[in-house]
Design a protein around this ligand. Structure first.
Ligand code: CTP
Length: 131
């Protein structure tokens, strides 16, 4: 049985998020998703997510293609998470291409092309223009 692991914020959940999770799940039998904590996002992206970590975890864990979720509390703990879940494959979007190659000694690392023309940031920008 192959276990896939992936990480992300998954704020203001959109079709790009769904597509990468569905594609990741097709690589094996179990998909485990690390949803980054609110405080990690403030550090990483310089702003708090729109949806709370509990809501983001709730949305991701409700998907048919997702078998388990956990809270990613530190970027430095990725190796620990990979080992904890005995992941065979780490999947990330290609905005991260090359950045996770260091984990290749622990598991296979695969980057999928991002879904074009959509991101949480662009949705927030569009929403801001509505009065
Ligand atoms: N992702 C994707 N296609 C998109 C947007 C995101 O495949 N159009 C993937 C990312 O590559 C990542 C995962 O979804 O592996 C979670 O990405 P996340 O950073 O939560 O979403 P973004 O929409 O990129 O958020 P932001 O605009 O805040 O950077």
């Amino acid at each position: 049985m192959k276990t896939i692991i992936t990480f992300g914020t998954f704020d203001v959940f959109h079709i790009g998020h769904l597509r990468i999770l569905e594609r990741a799940r097709l690589l094996g039998e179990q998909l485990v998703v690390g949803v980054s904590s609110d405080s990690l996002n403030i550090k990483k992206k310089g702003r708090a997510p729109i949806y709370s970590q509990d809501d983001r975890m709730g949305i991701v864990s409700g998907l048919k293609c997702v078998d388990a979720v956990f809270l990613e509390e530190s970027l430095e703990k990725k190796a620990q998470y990979i080992r904890r879940f005995s992941a065979d494959i780490l999947v990330m979007g290609d905005d991260w291409a090359g950045k996770f190659d260091g984990f290749a000694s622990l598991c296979e690392v695969i980057y999928f092309p991002r879904t074009p023309s959509i991101s949480t940031t662009s949705i927030i920008e569009v929403a801001k223009r509505y009065k």
